[in-house]
Design a protein around this ligand. Structure first.
Ligand code: NAP
Length: 405
């Protein structure tokens, strides 16, 4: 168990496994066995090398549970299962064969939730950690389109990556990792950067093995000092046909509900709109099914021409999505943030906060967390509720998801 660490146990999900024997054939150290009922992993032999993960056709192989030291699940237990035992929310949120860099970035991005949150009960089961730094997948750039106006201060790109017929299973809300080529000033390989997928699960073009990411060219740091972001500039400069090394998918909690009648409240700033675009597009492609549920979007940007996906969003019917823009730098107009629009829409926000079928997603600038938290607190107060009581309930029911950088 060296790669996964002594506190992680590799397990096979018997509820999904199709008993094809691929993992047992692939395992280089013979850590996988089976009986007539289940495939199991011998914890004392498994080295966490993950050689079995990419060939598994279902993703049943990719489970890494935290365990109390010295108390792994026994083979007897694994042979008796019909499904995996329910892991606690923390283990769902950080499926843990992921590289250290990715685990750290995920921890930082979800800190604003105030505690672990599992995926919605009806979310599709994600595949995670299929490709890693030792075994990346090579994607080809199928397009690189500027989303922001020519006069806009930000250069934001919609970059379509094609996996060349290789299935790269992704769900809305998941991330992929990109490894910029070359080395840093110390001669070390660059760290992986995470980007939310902006396409729905069936791809940017349905049926093709591709996905899009939303990338802003970084030209200044948080203090405004000029810097050239290594990964963002690399990605924004890519040309059609260029190759990119991709790892992932990552993320097992920031996922959309799958059940009919479920609603989404999406709150984002800037390129944090990527997962919201994926979720909205998923629902748009299924509009004719009349599955019910509402979409409510709060979207903050400096100005209209800095809003990624502004044009396509405006074409969506008002009955399909309730869009609330918050523009902060329009000459002659007061600065507006998403939290201001949340307060303005307090009646509907309060209704959605109390609807068991509504799931809430925040993505974008770290700074907006506090403002949004305060806006929800005000909405609750205005309606006789208490945010400090409600928030833990939302977390418990997997209804509050945060990913901010
Ligand atoms: P940005 O253009 O700097 O800001 C977007 C809007 O948010 C602006 O109107 C800005 O107003 C406003 N804002 C600033 N501080 C705020 C606060 N405290 N509360 C509410 N709104 C605030 O945004 P960006 O550069 O695109 O940044 C987006 C963030 O999303 C980045 O941190 C990025 O890492 C993250 N993200 C990206 C992805 C992806 O896949 N690309 C995925 C997840 C998250 P001002 O006029 O005051 O600046």
């Amino acid at each position: 168990m060296s790669t996964a660490g002594p506190s992680k146990q590799h397990l096979i999900d018997p509820g999904i496994c199709i008993r094809c024997n691929t993992c047992e054939e692939t395992c280089p150290v013979n850590a996988i066995a089976h009986d007539s009922r289940n495939y199991v992993v011998m914890v004392e032999i498994c080295e966490g090398c993950r050689a079995c993960v990419p060939p598994c056709p279902t993703g049943a192989i990719d489970n890494w549970f935290p365990i109390a030291p010295g108390k792994p699940y026994t083979l007897e237990e694994q042979y008796s299962w019909d499904e995996l035992p329910a892991p606690d929310a923390q283990s769902v949120a950080t499926t843990s064969a992921e590289p250290d860099d990715v685990a750290r970035l995920t921890r930082e991005a979800t800190a604003g939730q105030g505690g672990p949150v599992a995926a919605p009960w009806s979310a599709e089961k994600p595949v995670v950690n299929l490709y890693n730094e030792k075994n990346p997948i090579s994607a080809t750039v199928a397009g690189n389109f500027r989303l922001t106006g020519n006069d806009a201060s930000a250069d934001i790109r919609h970059i379509v990556l094609d996996f060349g017929g290789v299935h790269f299973p992704l769900l809305e809300g998941q991330n992929i990792g990109v490894i910029p080529p070359g080395t840093d000033e110390q001669g070390r390989p660059h760290h992986v950067r995470l980007y939310s997928v902006a396409s729905p699960r069936d791809g940017e073009r349905p049926g093709y093995h591709n996905c899009a990411i939303t990338v802003k060219r970084v030209t200044a740091d948080h203090e405004g000092k000029a810097v050239k972001g290594v990964a963002s500039n690399y990605l924004c400069d890519l040309k059609k046909g260029d190759k990119v090394q991709v790892i992932g998918p990552f993320g097992a909690a920031f996922l959309m509900p799958n059940h009919a009648g479920s609603s989404l409240m999406m709150i984002c700033t800037g390129t944090g709109s990527a997962p919201m675009r994926a979720m909205t597009e998923r629902r748009r492609r299924r509009m004719a099914l009349n599955e019910g549920g509402e979409l409510m979007l709060f979207f903050g940007a400096r100005a209209q021409d800095e809003l990624p996906y502004f044009g396509p969003l405006m074409k969506l019917p008002k009955t399909f999505i309730d869009i609330n823009f918050a523009l902060s730098r329009v000459p002659g107009q007061p600065k507006q943030y998403v939290q201001d629009r949340i307060r303005e829409r307090h009646d509907d926000v309060w209704r959605q906060l109390n609807d068991e079928n509504c799931y809430i997603y925040l993505c974008g600038l770290k700074g907006m967390e506090k403002g949004v938290d305060e806006a929800f607190r005000d909405v609750c107060r205005q309606h006789g509720g208490d945010w400090d009581t409600l928030l833990p309930q939302l977390r418990e029911k997997s209804r509050y998801h945060v990913e901010t950088y």
